[in-house]
Design a protein around this ligand. Structure first.
Ligand code: COA
Length: 259
């Protein structure tokens, strides 16, 4: 798959690469469609245990909407593009396996919004994160106004969106927007693959169940607790659960088969 995004396989980990380095990996219409096609491939592939979303090159994760393309679009076309963000990028927070944003450089506008839709976020120490839309006469239109305050709180989200405040990786780490910062001297992709090893090598049924239960934390508490119980019941019936108990008894690492 090309046109601005490609898919790599690293064992059970799928690495989705935003691939327009000459345009700071900005989201053109074609790139959004390419990401949608990749998402459908991943959703249909039971071998995939975790997904890493990253950008080509070392400068940009994604500089947001393709502003050169935007200049050529009519209002109705921009609205259609906003719908495409929802239909083509919606898989990011909805796959059965976790998606980790590996932010290798600037993440601005729609770039940061994609990262916000991911389950976890790590970044290279040189990354800069921001939602500069209001300075362009628009607002974040791919979930940013909703996901950012949920993640970092209302006032900090208002600073980023209304004041256009950009954060360094260290600042983003300190407020929980990032979970880990990787030194520039390290191989960034290897660091990302290492970070998600507990997921990619863990018990598949439990991982998927935990993700379902965690996503239900958006619901009212009683509904969330019910979702947790039904997710637990799935694990209870798995051979992996019995294997883990046996491995503990036999003092050896468990061999999970996803059954
Ligand atoms: N859309 C289209 N092209 C973009 C782009 C975007 N969002 N961001 C960067 N580019 C292009 C630049 O136009 C330039 O190409 P050119 O030399 O042919 O004009 C190339 O990518 C490199 O960008 P440049 O600005 O020279 O690099 P930089 O390292 O000095 O700055 C950024 C990088 C990302 C900080 C800067 O380009 C920027 O602020 N981009 C706009 C980001 C933005 O506001 N996004 C929100 C959209 S809602």
């Amino acid at each position: 798959m090309s046109d601005g995004a490609r898919l790599e396989r690293h064992g059970a980990v799928a690495v989705v690469v935003l691939d327009r380095p000459e345009r700071m990996n900005a989201l053109s219409r074609a790139a959004v469609l390419a990401l949608g096609a990749i998402g459908r491939t991943l959703a249909a592939d039971p071998r995939v245990r975790a997904v890493v979303l990253t950008g080509a090159g070392y400068k940009a994760f994604c500089a947001g909407a393709d502003l050169k393309e935007r200049l050529t679009l009519q209002e109705a076309e921009v609205l259609e593009l906003l719908q495409l963000y929802r239909s083509e990028l919606g898989w990011i927070g909805a796959l059965d396996v976790p998606v980790v944003a590996a932010i290798n450089g600037v993440a601005l506008g729609g770039g940061l919004e994609m990262a916000l839709a991911c389950d976890l976020r790590i970044a290279r120490e040189t990354a800069v994160l921001g939602l500069p839309e209001t300075s362009l006469g628009i607002i974040p239109g791919a979930g940013g106004t909703q996901r950012l305050p949920r993640l970092i709180g209302e006032a900090r989200a208002k600073e980023m969106i209304l004041l256009g405040k950009r954060l360094s990786a260290a600042e983003a780490l300190s407020i929980g927007l990032l979970q880990q910062v990787v030194s520039s001297s390290q191989d960034f992709l290897l660091a990302a693959l290492d970070y998600i090893k507990p997921i990619s090598e863990g018990a598949p049924i439990a991982q998927a169940a935990a993700l379902r239960a965690l996503r239900a934390a958006e619901l009212p508490l009683a509904e969330g607790l019910a979702a947790e119980l039904s997710a637990y019941e799935v694990c209870l019936k798995s051979a992996d659960r019995k294997e883990a108990l046996l491995a503990f008894q036999e003092k050896r690492p468990p061999k999970f088969e996803g059954r």
